[in-house]
Ligand binder design. Sequence first.
Ligand code: SF4
Length: 345
Amino acid sequence: MSEGHTNDDVGACMQLDPLEADAAGRPAFTRAPIGLLAELTYRCPLQCPYCSNPVDMRRGDAELTTAEWQDVMRQAGALGVLQVHLSGGEPTVRQDLEQILESAVAAGLYTNLITSGVTLTRERLTGLAERGLDHVQLSIQDAAPANAERISGYRDGALKKRGVARWVRELSLPLTINAVIHRQNIDNLPAIIDYAVEVGAGRLEVAHTQYYAWALVNRAALIPTREQFLRSVEITNAAKERLKGILVFDVVAHDHYAVRPKPCMGGWGRNLLDITPSGKVLPCHACEAIPGLQIDSVREKPLADIWFNGEAFQKFRGTEWMKEPCRSCDRREIDWGDAVARRSR
Ligand code: SF4
């Protein structure tokens, strides 16, 4: 579930000893990534209008094989990655998900399955739990079934998702509900919050739509009014207070209405990396839209080499690349220049 991932799931970071500067005079980057977003496939039975799958998906970019993903998991563990988000598209359409999960668990990674749920069975979820799956993030399109099914283009999905949420809790797995918020569901936010409580989630991601990929194409139907957005902030803040100790909220701010730019990916090449179904390693899952960015693949280079030295990762890492006004701004190590600034470089 591509849009299910947020950039705010990162906690403490790992800082290694400083090394020498690189050829361009930049201090060598020595910090291990915290999280890996493993986009196992772009395939998905749903058709969400805000999907972050590429709009110009190319045929012929073959998905990584089972053995290649297993090697990625081993490399990620050796690199110091702490958590892997098994995502997509819909990751459960990969019949080798179990083998990939086993490799991630063996590599010592905390494993999070990001799923729309509609292709899962209880038997399969039980098998994943038995193999060591640590967490499930289930996406919903709305709490109102008819609207959820209209948005996703998938009949009976809402009922199925409730069942999956129940199985997750019966298996004692922690559950996050991810709800991408936009004009077609923002007025139902109170019901979405109630839904998360009803199904026993410990966390709710109120993820205001990020306007790239399909969301950019469909933005005319998705962008809420400013008044709707401000009302959603009030509702979320009140619910945070009311549900303290019951439900944790992660909020992805709305790019158009946020007062400040968000620190995209928690800072470029700083905490997270994303591997596409065909093995491209990205500092941000929308970065292929940046013209001329040199992107490496795990099919050609070791993951650690790409993380520390890859051109795409180095390009906007740290603060040296910034121009004014970002360069002298006292928030430069808080929002890290944001992607909007990068696109203008
Ligand atoms: S569930 Fe929706 S957003 Fe996620 S991959 Fe499928 S179509 Fe895209």
